[in-house]
Design a protein around this ligand. Structure first.
Ligand SMILES: [Zn+2]
Length: 78
């Protein structure tokens, strides 16, 4: 069975567990969502705000729109 290694805490974990993200040919492997969120925090600290902010604003808006659409369709059903 294929084993992965968490890039944050070095813990080994089997295929099918943890979080694996393929990004530009590099595999980002996290044994838990806690380690993945630690990586997210480092990423947000490291990437200059003027580069990242536009993308984050757009994602937040998209997610909010999606929630509103879901809410509306749920209310229609009732
Ligand atoms: Zn880990």
């Amino acid at each position: 069975m294929k084993k992965h290694t968490c890039i944050i805490c070095n813990r080994k974990f089997p295929e099918g567990q943890g979080i694996i993200i393929d990004y530009g040919g590099k595999k980002l492997e996290f044994h838990s969502s806690r380690c993945a969120s630690k990586f997210l925090r480092i990423l947000l600290e490291r990437v200059p705000k003027d580069i990242l902010k536009g993308y984050i604003d757009r994602i937040v808006d998209e997610l909010r729109e999606r929630r509103e659409i879901e809410l509306k369709t749920r209310m229609k059903r009732i």
